[in-house]
Write a protein that binds this ligand. Structure first.
Ligand SMILES: [Zn+2]
Length: 254
């Protein structure tokens, strides 16, 4: 009886998974138009991977509540670009939607924080389950896709890293521990170079702590891929192994 029940539950699990992924309705046409118009990462994917990316974006948008702050009206463009940034960061992993974070607050511009008494461009609050973003700075990240600065990628990397450490969210520990160990050693060395010289490709803020280094280096990983690889191939490869993806053009790889 027990093996039968076990077999039955497995069959139900496989069926549900199948329908979840393959019988799901295609991405909303207006969402797809936003991706095609603005999202370089998506436009560089193969047709098959574009399909996977679209499904993930569509599910991500439906899984989150988006709140415009200070009178800002939330548009489809905002929902899709924010969701796509979350999907980009996690594209090398089995699908998940950063489940810890259910609310996304969008501010028109930098906003005042009562905690730090400073203006913020964005932040993540795991206890409040919130990701906060200022829309003007989020857009700046897209206006110049090769300056190594992208607020959306930065905050989503913090969210992804936090998800990895929450045992209760059902998706934790997706980062390979040995890949993390290799990356961490190289990251600490690079943080010392940032602190003591002006020679690093990464901005000074990256040396604040290991989480800020991760967030800043992921911005550079996606926006200045070739420069990152040429500057520090070992750290570049360690970042690929950490994220489970590599966007370096094939002809560059040695
Ligand atoms: Zn940060």
């Amino acid at each position: 009886m027990v093996p039968f029940l076990f077999g039955l539950s497995y069959l139900i699990y496989v069926t549900v998974r199948y329908f979840y992924w393959y019988n799901i309705k295609p991405i909303e046409p207006q969402y797809k138009r936003v991706l095609e118009k603005y999202f370089v990462y998506y436009n560089n994917l193969t047709p098959a991977l574009k399909g996977v990316f679209e499904r993930r974006v569509s599910l991500f948008v439906r899984a989150k509540d988006f709140y415009g702050q200070h009178g800002l009206e939330v548009t489809d463009e905002m929902r899709v670009l924010i969701a796509a940034t979350g999907v980009q960061i996690t594209f090398g992993f089995k699908f998940f939607q950063l489940p810890r974070f259910t609310k996304i607050f969008i501010f028109p511009e930098e906003y005042y924080s009562r905690i730090t008494k400073k203006k913020h461009k964005g932040e993540v609050h795991p206890m409040g389950r919130v990701i906060k973003l200022s829309w003007n700075n989020f857009l700046k990240g897209f206006e110049n896709p090769s300056d190594g600065i992208n607020l959306g990628l930065h905050e989503m990397t913090h969210a992804m890293s936090l998800e990895n450490s929450f045992a209760s969210n059902g998706v934790s520990n997706f980062i390979n521990p040995s890949a993390y160990r290799v990356w961490h050693k190289l990251a600490v060395t690079e943080m010392n170079i940032i602190r003591t010289t002006n020679n690093s490709i990464f901005r000074k803020y990256a040396a604040t702590n290991i989480e800020e280094f991760l967030a800043v280096s992921v911005e550079v990983f996606f926006e200045q891929t070739v420069q990152f690889y040429e500057y520090n191939p070992m750290l570049y490869k360690a970042t690929c192994n950490l994220l489970g993806q590599d966007t370096l053009p094939r002809k560059m790889k040695r």
